[in-house]
Design a protein around this ligand. Sequence first.
Ligand code: NAP
Length: 309
Amino acid sequence: MTAIRVAIVGLGKIAKDQHIPAIAGTTGIELVAVASRHASIAGTPHFATLEELLATGPAIDAVALCTPPLVRHAQAAAALKAGKHVLLEKPPGATIGELTPLISAARQSGKTLFATWHSRFAPAVEPARAFLAERQIKSVAVEWKEDVKVWHPRQEWIWQPGGFGVFDPGINALSILTRILPRPFFLTQAELSFPGNRGAPIAADLNFSDAAGLPIRAEFDWRQTGPQTWDIKVVTDGGVLTLSSGGSRLDLDGRTLVDEKPAEYRGIYRRFVELIANGVSDVDLSPLVHVADAFMAGRRREVEPFIGE
Ligand code: NAP
């Protein structure tokens, strides 16, 4: 099989940190072009926009859209129209509705649409899912607390409506929860804290439940300094399971079961190659639905203005 020729669109932090090395390390796919207004890679054909790349660039089979969610729909639609497979960074869109025509377009053109959830490829996630499938679950507590100044410096888009605010990292926790819990769950209560000078929340307190009344609590906060927390604690009849470090580590009653360096983006590109080979798409919108529900039904309160660097 010849390698899938992929172009990266939006050469920002995640494209540089993760997509480039993951593509280089994955059999069956190669980077052949970049479309980004302000950034390029030496030796790789560069175009300012996706439109320019599609019109005048080298032949490509696929695009990896690493731009912010607000601009991704138009790019995905253009790429599918041009007959390309499309990989979407998370969150897959700025709204749920905009995904429907993309799913239809992919189906009609027989191309792959892959809505990635990188945290689901963390090493402790599948072992946690297998453990929980066999247990009675009593409660779930999520703490996703990080310092926005460290992880998102100068990212103005993230503070705009449609930029998700603290749900940009928080949706990673929801992508893990929707994978590891055996039953669907739904939002029952939410409080979102918006800095007076920003269009997106800096913190969110969420409560969910499921058909069996399971209590699920999630706290997302971008104001955490010092040690960062990306933990999910699940109390079960077989012990307390703790996923920490964003899904890299798994402990049961304090005994470590998994503690591995994550290679999430290798997993993403292996899956992309596999999906294309099988002629199928993978679009699970459940994490995005929970975020939309929080914006729809959550109480909003104003907190002190956020001053960036
Ligand atoms: P970023 O550093 O801001 O990079 C995004 C790039 O997209 C920019 O460098 C910019 O490149 C391009 N772009 C095109 N239109 C844009 C617009 N209207 N506003 C801003 N940039 C625009 O963001 P990122 O951190 O890489 O995040 C991109 C996506 O990846 C997000 O959905 C995020 O949730 C996801 N993600 C990020 C991380 C992370 O650790 N940062 C981890 C996992 C997933 P040009 O100016 O050159 O066009």
